[in-house]
Design a protein around this ligand. Structure first.
Ligand code: SF4
Ligand code: SF4
Length: 111
């Protein structure tokens, strides 16, 4: 069995860099989501061609909904997709083999 993110629980959502290319590629889908920064404002921010951290004022990803779900889960950036798959980015709930963890991730990180 391999790791599969089962929950879309938002617990691993922090500041992630997003590129102008990512926004351009997914513009239609992003415009259909309900988030706090409009695509026009976001595009203005990334128009310099640099990656940006798309954060709200309280430093959450702009795509994290009030229910703590990713509003663009199907098209989320690469770094969000490798969460839990890369051992340097362990999911707090599911291990690399796809099993629910028996111990809290904090115990693993202490080692
Ligand atoms: S990788 Fe883990 S923490 Fe992140 S959304 Fe999936 S289940 Fe939640
Ligand atoms: S794009 Fe989605 S999965 Fe990635 S940090 Fe933002 S809310 Fe979380």
């Amino acid at each position: 069995m391999t790791f599969v993110c089962k929950e879309n629980c938002g617990k691993c959502c922090g500041p992630v860099p997003m590129t102008p290319a990512f926004i351009s590629l997914n513009r239609d889908k992003i415009q259909n989501t309900n988030y706090t920064l409009t695509p026009a404002k976001f595009m203005k921010r990334v128009s310099g061609g640099r990656e940006v951290y798309a954060l709200t004022k309280n430093l959450e990803c702009i795509f994290l909904t009030q229910e703590k779900k990713c509003a663009i889960y199907d098209i989320r950036p690469y770094v969000c997709r490798i969460y839990g798959v890369d051992k340097r980015l362990p999911c707090p709930f599911i291990d690399l083999e796809g099993k629910l963890r028996e111990k809290p991730i904090s115990e693993l990180l202490d080692k």
